[in-house]
Design a protein around this ligand. Structure first.
Ligand SMILES: NC(=O)c1ccc[n+]([C@@H]2O[C@H](COP(=O)([O-])OP(=O)(O)OC[C@H]3O[C@@H](n4cnc5c(N)ncnc54)[C@H](OP(=O)(O)O)[C@@H]3O)[C@@H](O)[C@H]2O)c1
Length: 300
């Protein structure tokens, strides 16, 4: 566990970065950056011991930020719905600019995504698989570009970087599995890709906090590029059925090629460099429901 470091976390109010920032704030000076347009998001950070830093990453102007952070976890992102130019500038150029600004850091994590992979059918995706567009072109291409820009800055200025290709997170802050449960609770079908089963390796909050911090510690030049996911594979069909059993709703699956292709990562390298995850998927899903939707749980 890092201790006594000065750490910048971007996207600090988000699903992934917030629990990581909160965990680090116990023994480090943690600055949490995001646009933070609501008082509630600023208060959420402050209450967790994180220093709120209003910052719009898309402007790529980091001159008001100190440049002596010892670690940086860069999770802020454009999602691809804001148009090509904005998405590429925010995710690629601005990330490179931030990495350059923080080039004294001992470790910088860039949050990429498993959504950069071209679908390879029913097998796990490895870090060497080629890029493609499983859902939204702007998002996928901008993350490929961001990886390239960050790699260049890392090599050029000797900044240790880890690029994590995040696959599917879930927990009290939510995530794709929570969104699927919400559709079930609303009586709507869960949209899945026709190439079933839709295998995933979802990673629960406790594990993503641990592996996120580990990713900071093992950063290297040139960057370490690694899938970031749970150690266990479970299909969306199976976990929705399991969650349905907990809340008394039978899931209805609608198979459509408009859905994301199954995001089934190979975690061999992750196990070697970051370690294995510990939370068994059934425990994680039950805990997510207890935290987010306690009123929906059936008496067992
Ligand atoms: N969740 C997943 O399963 C998953 C999967 C693959 C990849 N990822 C990647 O992981 C990272 C975090 O994802 P997440 O799911 O935790 O995201 P999230 O919950 O949507 O949170 C996004 C965070 O980024 C901030 N943000 C958005 N635009 C910003 C901007 N222009 N400038 C500064 N901050 C900005 C948001 O706060 P404000 O709105 O206040 O600015 C918020 O703190 C992203 O890079 C994403 O691409 C996530």
């Amino acid at each position: 566990m890092l201790d006594g470091e000065k750490i910048l976390i971007t996207g600090a109010s988000g699903k992934i970065a917030f629990p990581i920032a909160r965990a680090l704030a116990g023994s480090n000076e943690v600055w949490g950056a995001a646009r933070l347009t609501s008082a509630a998001s600023r208060d959420k950070l402050a209450a967790a011991g994180i220093r709120p830093v209003p910052l719009d990453v898309s402007r790529a102007d980091f001159s008001a930020l100190p440049d002596d952070f010892t670690y940086v976890f860069h999770a802020a992102t454009a999602e691809g719905v804001e148009g090509w130019r904005y998405t590429i500038e925010t995710n690629a150029q601005a990330s490179g600019q931030l990495l350059h600004h923080c080039r004294k850091a001992k470790g910088f994590v860039y949050c990429s995504t498993g959504s950069i992979y071209a679908y390879q059918g029913q097998r796990p995706l490895t870090e060497d698989d080629p890029p493609g567009v499983p859902l939204r072109a702007e998002y996928s291409f901008s993350k490929v570009a961001a990886e390239a820009v960050c790699t260049w800055v890392s090599r050029q200025f000797g900044v240790p970087v880890t690029i994590i290709r995040i696959c599917s997170t879930y927990g009290p802050e939510g995530g794709a599995p929570a969104a699927r449960l919400e559709r079930m609770l609303e009586g709507k079908p869960v949209l899945l890709h026709p190439d079933k089963p839709n295998n995933y390796n979802p990673i629960y909050e406790d594990d993503y906090v641990e592996l996120g911090i580990r990713a900071l510690e093992v950063a290297s030049t040139p960057p370490l590029v690694v899938n970031w996911a749970g150690s266990e594979t479970v299909s969306a069909e199976d976990y929705c059925t399991y969650m349905g059993g907990l809340v008394g709703v039978e899931p209805v699956f609608e198979y459509t090629s408009a859905a994301h292709t199954p995001l089934w990562p190979d975690v061999t390298l992750m196990h070697k460099v970051l370690g294995e995850t510990k939370v068994h998927w059934r425990d994680g899903f039950r805990r997510m429901l207890e935290a987010r939707y306690p009123h929906t749980l059936r008496k067992q």
